[in-house]
Design a protein around this ligand. Structure first.
Ligand code: ZN
Length: 161
């Protein structure tokens, strides 16, 4: 397990389409472990493989309940709407307002390459949509309503106290 370098906006790799995963290999398994470690270390709620420079359709999400590992994920149903602030580990220190579906159903493979369906609501739906966008070379900054703004770290610290 290791922490990998997170690619930041401006890096061309973040604009590329990722390839489907066809089989689970020890190398792929290591990548998934590293992605989880990297996400937790950076205190993010999600990370997509292209963010660590790998053009494969793998995302990890953990909004504080359980880690979700999604391989070849695909949104198959969505409903409702939510508008709120969103950030990205590849766009450090910034947030912007994005409207997303409030509920999604995602079809994906798990680490054993078995098909599964996961559902997400609220923040989890937002995280799934955000991470799946990464696999198609899309960053949330292109969907922001209004301007990107700086995260106010003082406010965050106060909230934690
Ligand atoms: Zn992101």
């Amino acid at each position: 397990m290791a922490i990998r370098e997170i690619r930041e906006i401006g890096d061309e790799i973040l604009k590329k389409q990722c390839k489907e995963v066809t089989k689970m290999t020890p190398r792929m398994h290591t990548l998934i472990c590293d992605m989880l470690d990297t996400m937790y270390e950076a205190m993010g709620v999600g990370l997509a493989a292209p963010q660590v420079g790998i053009l494969k359709r793998i995302v990890v999400v953990d909004i504080g309940d359980d880690p979700h590992v999604l391989i070849n994920p695909e949104v198959i149903e969505m409903d409702g709407e939510q508008t709120g602030d969103e950030g990205c580990l590849s766009v450090p220190g910034k947030v912007g307002t994005v409207t997303r579906p409030n509920h999604v159903k995602v079809k994906a493979l798990n680490e054993d390459m078995e098909e599964m369906i996961v559902e997400g609501e609220g923040l989890l739906a937002r995280a799934f949509c955000h991470e799946i966008d990464h696999l198609n070379g899309q960053l949330y900054v292109d969907k922001v309503e209004g301007e990107l703004h700086d995260v106010d770290y003082d406010d965050l610290e106060e909230e934690e106290e």
